[in-house]
Design a protein around this ligand. Structure first.
Ligand SMILES: *Cc1c(COP(=O)(O)O)cnc(C)c1O
Length: 412
């Protein structure tokens, strides 16, 4: 059967034919038969260089032998206990050591769960009902953060997603990225705001880069207003560097959410931060949070093997950065803007690099889709949206980067 056949079936059985909306590529997505290293093999017999990497988790590529071994070893010991296991304190200790502001953490099963719990504990700790997020910031698919960024609907407190209560999103404020004054004005007027959640480097519309001093200003302002700062590093954690964006930009958050890379390709999330905040979580405190699959040994084993590899190969971040730069050089003079942060990169169909969501939305998405299809014909799989970051992994080699660069050059 071909991809189109599978999709015909899937469309009858699953909404939009997919398990997550971004995968619903038109006219039909390709179906993956297997994946290895930097390559995806489709059921149609094509081999693609993957620059999507499952939207971020696969920093060691597909089916890395070390991770496979870690999973296999754990499989032999069972894969779900419903009791604590030694991997939990061991892995928690590693992650905490890598994040200067983090004193305690809890493992969950997805990034969405992590941000949901982080926001809940922030409320439980501060006693204040409202939160702020950045326009275009993505923190998973739960009610309180599904607010249409930047639009009039937001201002009016009308949910972007049907089914989300206006009462819920009425407690979610928004500010533009790279605009510390807007944040300061908002916090000044609204003492009911207790937390600010932000992707330090927005990856779900970008990457969009912070202007010099922006994140420092965010820290200063939140502290001055006694507002908890939550860094959502589900993408940037171990992606921008071992200590994520907080280490790279030397800014400490009160709470941090992680996911994606820390599961080594298996489902995971984590949230952590200051001890006095985290000790509000049940059973240490009154903020309830729980999960059957939380801290499951397979995800922990796969994640820990990944993080150990990254620790042993710290030079990889520099190498990934120069690989990204080579792609950037290939597209100079092509009329759009190339934005890169290490292994995260994007070509925007907009003359100047966007600074915020409003500017990102000015991109020519029509041109993006023809470009995207042309890239696929050349055997390069990019995330199928102008608004999703491309990723490189440690196993994209020189030849891959060359082929990606050539494809960019000719398709643009
Ligand atoms: C992917 C992502 C999430 C959600 O993580 P899931 O594991 O998909 O639930 C949250 N925040 C950010 C910044 C993300 O990129």
């Amino acid at each position: 059967m071909k991809s189109s056949d599978y999709f015909e079936q899937a469309r009858m059985l699953m909404p939009g034919g997919v398990s997550s909306p971004v995968r619903a590529i038109k006219p039909h997505p390709f179906y993956t038969k297997s994946a290895q290293g930097s390559r995806i093999a489709t059921v149609d017999g094509e081999e693609l260089i993957d620059c999507c990497m499952a939207y971020g988790p696969l920093i060691l590529g597909h089916a890395h032998p070390l991770i496979k071994e870690a999973i296999a070893t754990q499989l032999g010991k069972g894969w779900l206990y419903g009791t604590p296991c030694p991997l939990e304190p061991e892995y928690a200790g590693m992650v905490i050591r890598d994040h200067p502001g983090m004193e305690m953490l809890r493992f969950v099963s997805s990034g969405s769960e992590a941000t949901m719990a982080a926001i809940r504990v922030a409320r439980g700790f501060s006693g204040r009902p409202d939160i702020v997020k950045v326009e275009g910031g993505f923190h998973g698919a739960h009610d309180g953060v599904l607010v249409k960024a930047g639009s009039g609907a937001t201002t009016l407190g009308i949910p972007d997603s049907a089914g989300v209560l206006a009462d819920v999103v009425a407690h979610t404020w928004q500010v533009p990225y790279n605009d510390p004054d807007a944040l300061e004005r908002l916090l000044f007027r609204h003492p009911e705001i207790g937390a600010f959640i932000i992707e330090p480097v927005p990856g779900n519309i970008g990457p969009v880069l912070p202007e010099k001093g922006y994140l420092q200003e965010v820290r200063r302002i939140t502290r001055a207003h006694d507002v908890l700062l939550i860094f959502d590093e589900v993408i940037t954690g171990y992606r921008i560097g071992i200590g994520g964006a907080q280490e790279y930009y030397n800014v400490r958050s009160d709470l941090t959410t992680l996911g994606k890379i820390i599961g080594g390709g298996l489902p995971i999330g984590a949230f952590g931060g200051r001890r006095d905040i985290m000790e509000r979580i049940a059973p240490a405190g009154p903020v309830y949070q729980a999960g059957t699959f939380s801290g499951n040994p397979l995800s922990l084993a796969a994640g820990m093997a990944t993080i150990q590899w990254l620790h042993a190969h710290r030079g990889i971040y520099r190498e990934l950065d120069s690989a990204g730069k080579r792609i950037g050089e290939a597209v100079t003079g092509k009329g759009g803007s190339f934005v890169q942060h290490g292994s995260m990169f994007k070509f925007f169909f907009r003359t100047a690099p966007p600074r915020n969501y409003r500017e990102v939305k000015e991109c020519d998405t029509g041109r993006f889709s023809s470009f995207w299809s042309a890239m696929l014909k050349k055997g390069i799989f990019l995330p199928p949206s102008q608004f999703e970051t491309n990723f490189l992994s440690a196993v994209h080699n020189e030849a891959d980067v060359e082929r990606i660069s050539d494809a960019y050059r000719s398709c643009l």
